[in-house]
Design a protein around this ligand. Structure first.
Ligand code: TTP
Ligand code: MG
Length: 390
């Protein structure tokens, strides 16, 4: 059996714990980037139709008296760590799906903690006691069943779908309620008259694999996947390199940085993640090392991430630099929210070309500055000291 535990309105709930006068109020957490969308909204704000990914100007229109906050990622990481600490007491087999969401394999825990619903309420109680957060728990035979079940009882819910009730549960589950399947897939299926998960599952595997995009197929895979992929460490993607020669040439440094950003983003993208915290690292010729980081609304657009890096570096390149690096943290799974945006489409096209013709087959002007100094292969520049940590 799999138990999915997902914190309710995570960022907004943390803000209300930090500042109790916000409790029960409509809160919207959004960054200050140009994109200006809500990262999340408290359930009080959701009553006005506000949801993650909604442009802030629209949210302001729908709910002018909502409280808009920028958010503080370091706090969210602290709460996330506490949340996972509690979960570790209940099962040795945990998969981190994101900062606020985990799948637990609860097979064999019955003797210690009782039947599924009893275990679920113990977890809910302990998380509330230790962190102040409300969570929703869904329990079922696979990750997908657990996740779908949880979505029917959000917020502060607990639900268990026994094995023998699973096919009936899926049979009537409306496709349009499965927001993670992605609007493209849902539209395609509905155009064929398929309206429930059960109806979708009655299609042959070959029809499904032709119909659904990569995200949809991954989603479907969760249904069969009773297993848990334990990811115990918080994920991050970083790329850094020591330069062949120390330099204070800002343009040159930025071109290397752009290349490193693209490499880190490309690795993160192919794993299907977005970053919510970006940091840059500089080591000067005297070995003094500095890092500067900033939270962002979840993104995997390298141009945006690079722009932020440039802001972070502002005024810092005042001496000879020997090492430069970028780190993407606060990794959360990609949600098909921004699917139809221009930048998203652009990045996807670049990705396809690179898959076919090699990474360096398409290069932003910025990176060309590396050309005279660095040897280029089909798939990479040859850096002096490549560091690729995941
Ligand atoms: P979610 O678990 O999807 O949302 P939530 O916890 O705010 O609300 P609920 O689970 O009750 O539906 O995401 C967890 C956090 O991740 C969320 O609080 C903010 C962040 N996030 C973004 O920054 N951008 C996004 O597009 C999404 C969906 C979430
Ligand atoms: Mg959540």
């Amino acid at each position: 059996m799999i138990l999915l535990c997902d914190i309710d309105a995570f960022f907004a709930s943390v803000e209300a714990i930090k500042n109790p006068s916000l409790r029960g109020k409509p809160i919207i957490v959004g960054g200050d980037t140009k994109r200006g969308v809500a990262a999340t909204a408290s359930y009080e704000a959701r009553r006005y139709g506000i949801h993650s990914g909604m442009p802030l100007y629209l949210a302001r229109k729908l709910c002018p008296h909502c409280i808009f906050l920028r958010g503080n990622f370091a706090d969210y990481e602290k709460f996330s760590d506490k949340f996972f600490k509690v979960l570790e007491r209940f099962s040795p087999s945990i998969e981190r799906a994101s900062l606020d969401e985990a799948y637990l394999d609860i097979s064999g825990t019955e003797r210690l903690f009782g039947p599924p619903l009893k275990l679920g309420s113990k977890i809910k109680y302990t998380i509330k006691k230790d962190t102040g957060l409300n969570v929703t728990i869904g329990i079922g035979i696979s990750k997908l069943v657990a996740k779908l079940a949880a979505s029917t009882v959000k917020p502060d819910g607990l639900i268990y779908i026994p094995r023998e009730k699973t096919s009936e549960f899926l049979k009537y589950f409306p496709l349009k309620e499965t927001k993670w399947l992605g609007s493209i897939n849902i539209d395609r299926l509905q155009n064929m008259g398929i309206n429930t998960v059960g109806e979708m599952l009655s299609l042959s595997p070959s029809i499904l694999s032709n119909l659904l995009d990569r995200n949809g197929l991954k989603w479907l895979g969760l249904l069969k996947d009773g297993g848990i992929t334990t990811v115990s460490k918080r994920k991050s993607y970083s790329r850094e390199t020591t330069l062949y020669e120390n330099t204070a040439d800002r343009n040159f440094i930025l071109s290397i940085l752009f290349y490193l950003v693209e490499r880190a983003v490309s690795a993160m993208r192919s794993d299907g993640y977005l970053t919510t915290k970006v940091s840059v690292k500089l080591r000067f010729s005297d070995f003094k090392t500095i890092t500067r980081g900033k939270s962002v609304i979840a993104t995997d657009i390298s141009a945006e991430i690079f722009k932020l890096c440039v802001e972070l570096l502002d005024g810092l390149i005042d001496r000879y630099v020997r090492l430069i690096g970028v780190k993407l943290e606060g990794i959360i799974p990609h949600r098909p929210l921004f699917e139809d945006q221009k930048m998203e489409r652009l990045e996807n096209s670049v990705k396809k070309i690179r898959e076919k013709y090699g990474f360096t087959s398409i290069q932003p002007l910025k990176v060309m500055e590396m050309n005279p100094m660095y040897k280029k292969r089909k798939n990479e520049y040859i850096l002096r000291t490549p560091s690729c940590s995941h």
